[in-house]
Design a protein around this ligand. Structure first.
Ligand code: AHG
Ligand code: MN
Ligand code: MN
Ligand code: MN
Length: 367
């Protein structure tokens, strides 16, 4: 289905999504969502690039701690509000979750209003749920290091346990429960995932479940143009990407594997190199382009590592798997994990099949 779309050059994201929607009518509303996502990412890339100018009002810290326990940046808040508005005004969303929102947010007037029933939820067309990290790597933004935005799109989860008959009540717990239930779906349920990387170029990389496609912002046109059709990650490489300051706290099998990669005595016999910028979107994009393993392991201090499953681990795993890579906690496929809390963290290793497999094999022998 995507072949016809990719055999021409100069395909803009708008045209790509229109042609995909023509070939797959059930994706027509996803096209509307990506229109909003595209506009939001263009606005964010401008904000990020201008944030360091003397006249900028968007520099530095917001002056409070977010639900993650992090010093919130002004740009975390600004990009979060920008994305919320852009997605909400598509009229296609029922609920959204964000790194920068304490709890999932139901969209006013969307299906979760009183009296809604399951088919209303679906017929209203506002059956989608978005989860996002509005500015990933935000601690880097004042150092001019690449940052990104990560987004996952789910459909309304018809199997979620909430008793719909109670939705008629004004009981906000039910509505909250329904919202929460829809943001706690496993990555396997994702219908789309995308990231935007604000770097030497502005790249928008997405999957709709049939391959991973990369677009580059042509600032002369103001359009994202298809530049990387059907990305396939190299099967193996010689790059690992971890915050090695935590090495002493890692699990033994990971230490052993990385020692081998450093000594050139791993499965591939290659001498590895280390690359780490501390922005997941930038580290994963390089991994997609050059191959390798990006990871944020669990360790003695933080058994579940640092990355959040719902709006970092799962969407990025979908993109990497659709590019032929794999993504694991070391013992489980990340896309299989069912979140219990919207901000829960998970260890993650994602990238080139053969290299990530070496970590999986190490953990399997250790169990
Ligand atoms: P965010 O800026 O959205 O909170 O995410 C930061 C994450 C991720 O981008 C990156 O891979 C990781 O933090 C880096 O963590 P360390 O600084 O601990 O290495
Ligand atoms: Mn953060
Ligand atoms: Mn992040
Ligand atoms: Mn973030």
């Amino acid at each position: 289905v995507f072949d016809e779309v990719c055999d021409t050059t100069g395909v803009t994201l708008k045209r790509f999504m229109s042609e995909v929607a023509m070939l797959n009518p059930e994706l027509d509303e996803i096209k509307v969502l990506f229109g909003a996502i595209e506009t939001a990412c263009k606005a964010i890339t401008n904000l990020v690039k201008r944030s360091q100018l003397p006249s900028s009002e968007t520099l530095g810290f917001q002056g409070n701690i977010n639900v993650q326990g992090e010093q919130q940046k002004k740009l975390d808040v600004i990009t979060n509000n920008l994305l919320k508005r852009a997605l909400r005004f598509t009229g296609r969303l029922g609920v959204l979750a964000s790194e920068e929102e304490d709890a999932p947010v139901s969209i006013p007037g969307a299906p979760y209003s009183a009296g809604a029933t399951k088919d209303v939820l679906i017929d209203a067309g506002t059956r989608y749920c978005a989860v996002f990290d509005p500015l990933d790597g935000s601690s880097n933004v004042d150092a001019g290091i690449p940052t990104g935005t990560i987004i996952g799109i789910y459909e309304f989860d018809e199997t979620c346990e909430i008793d719909f008959s109670s939705l008629g009540s004004e009981d906000s717990e039910d509505q909250e429960a329904l919202c929460l239930a829809n943001t706690l779906q496993p990555g396997n349920n994702l219908v789309a995932a995308a990231y935007c990387l604000y770097s030497s170029s502005t790249f928008l990389v997405l999957t709709l479940g049939a391959g991973t496609f990369g677009f580059t912002l042509d600032e002369n046109l103001g359009e994202f143009v298809l530049s990387h059709p059907n990305i396939k990650i190299p099967e193996e490489s010689a790059i690992y990407s971890f915050n090695e300051a935590n090495f002493n706290y890692w699990d033994e099998p990971l230490k052993a594997t990385v020692r081998n990669w450093k000594a050139g005595t791993g499965a591939s016999g290659k001498q590895f190199s280390s690359r780490y910028i501390g922005s997941m979107v930038g580290d994963v994009h390089r991994t997609l382009m050059y191959g390798g393993v990006f990871g944020y392991p669990g360790d003695e201090k933080n058994p579940n590592g640092k990355l959040r499953l719902v709006y970092e681990g799962a969407p990025m795993s979908f993109i990497v798997e659709q590019a032929g890579g794999i993504s694991t906690t070391g013992t489980e496929r990340v896309m299989d994990l069912i979140p219990e809390l919207v901000h829960e963290r998970t260890p993650v290793f994602m990238g080139s099949r053969n290299d990530v497999q070496e970590i999986i094999d190490g953990y399997a022998a250790w169990q």
